[in-house]
Design a protein around this ligand. Structure first.
Ligand code: ZN
Length: 334
């Protein structure tokens, strides 16, 4: 169970950059890439007249992305690089802006400037401005701005890869400020997708199950909670049990939800759980996993403090860190 002692838990989760945050009114963890402050403006985006006026409004703000990297600038720390309508109106691009939402009555848009050769130069920006990888930016941006990055990156990426209808192949056109693409031929409506991923820390008393997937994790020597896409027609709990059995050969019983994190690479939702192991013998799927092992709590605590030369675990940007830390600190059990 989650420990809902506010003071204890609130103090326990404050990491060096203050994230993720505990929302005192809901007792929910707000991870990096969550906490988007926008009102997504469902009524406004259905009003083409309002939307057209908002696009032209001098107070509206535009966030450019180039090849899915987000514009930032460094002044007192890194901030998102919002531009005005006048800034983007000078650009020779033929893409529809994506309405992200409203904040304090001001409309905010994302705009894909990938077709520009050198967008920083063409936007006439100085050296303090640059396009930054979303993951790297999230390490330095204010918490609420990482939520905006998640929305903007996922939506721009979806529009880039859905220019044609999956039903008939004809070109699609963005509508409702980017909340839907409509096929010009068969009129099919296509909506932005989010792919659910189960990420789970499996527990066996004083041990937890960590693995290295083939590829990136294996090349870094890092161990993390296991994860996998949820299949169609499958519950979260069933996905947790199936993935762990496929990748590690361990049978899981009880599953408890912990928290979730948008992960805009390209458009996943990480659904974090803890699960109780019913068996402990590990049989690795070598096509997916380079290694899977049980680690005792003291070794994991030392790894979280960067004091274990034998074990490295993900940092606070990732939900895996908080699944691991919550258990290591004795705040969760199954
Ligand atoms: Zn079509």
């Amino acid at each position: 169970m989650l420990n809902h002692n506010r003071g204890e838990r609130g103090a326990a989760i404050l990491c060096e950059n203050g994230r993720p945050d505990l929302q005192e009114d809901t007792l929910e963890l707000t991870h990096v890439f969550a906490g988007n402050p926008f009102d997504r403006g469902d009524a406004q985006r259905r009003d083409p007249v309002w939307l057209a006026a908002a696009e032209r409004d001098a107070s509206s703000r535009y966030l450019p992305l180039a090849r899915l990297n987000v514009l930032v600038h460094d002044a007192d720390g890194m901030r998102l690089g919002w531009l005005t309508r006048a800034d983007v109106a000078r650009l020779d691009i033929a893409v529809a802006p994506i309405f992200l939402g409203l904040l304090d009555g001001v409309a905010h848009f994302a705009i894909d400037v990938s077709e520009l050769g050198d967008p920083v130069h063409e936007l006439n920006l100085d050296d303090a401005w640059r396009f930054e990888d979303a993951r790297a930016a999230a390490m330095r941006l204010a918490a609420e701005e990482t939520g905006i990055v998640a929305q903007a990156r996922a939506q721009v990426g979806w529009h880039r890869s859905h220019r044609h209808c999956s039903a008939c192949g004809a070109p699609t056109v963005s509508s409702r400020g980017g909340h839907v693409r409509i096929c010009g031929a068969c009129k099919a409506e296509h909506f932005p997708r989010t792919d659910p991923v189960a990420i789970m820390l499996i527990l066996d008393g004083d041990r937890c199950l960590l693995g290295q997937s083939q590829g990136r994790l294996a090349s870094t020597g890092m161990y993390s909670a296991l994860a996998g896409f949820i299949d169609q027609g499958e519950s979260i709990e069933e996905a947790v049990r199936r993935e762990i059995h496929e990748e590690a050969g361990v049978i899981v019983g009880a599953v408890r939800y912990h928290s979730s994190q948008p992960w805009p690479f390209p458009s996943s939702l990480m659904i974090g759980c803890h699960g109780r192991a019913l068996t402990t013998k590990i049989t690795i799927d070598p096509t997916e996993m380079a290694d899977v092992r049980w680690f005792v709590r003291d070794a994991v605590r030392a790894a979280l403090a960067n004091e274990n030369p034998e074990l490295r675990v993900p940092g606070p940007i990732a939900i895996a860190h908080h699944l691991i830390k919550g258990w290591a600190d004795g705040e969760v059990d199954v």
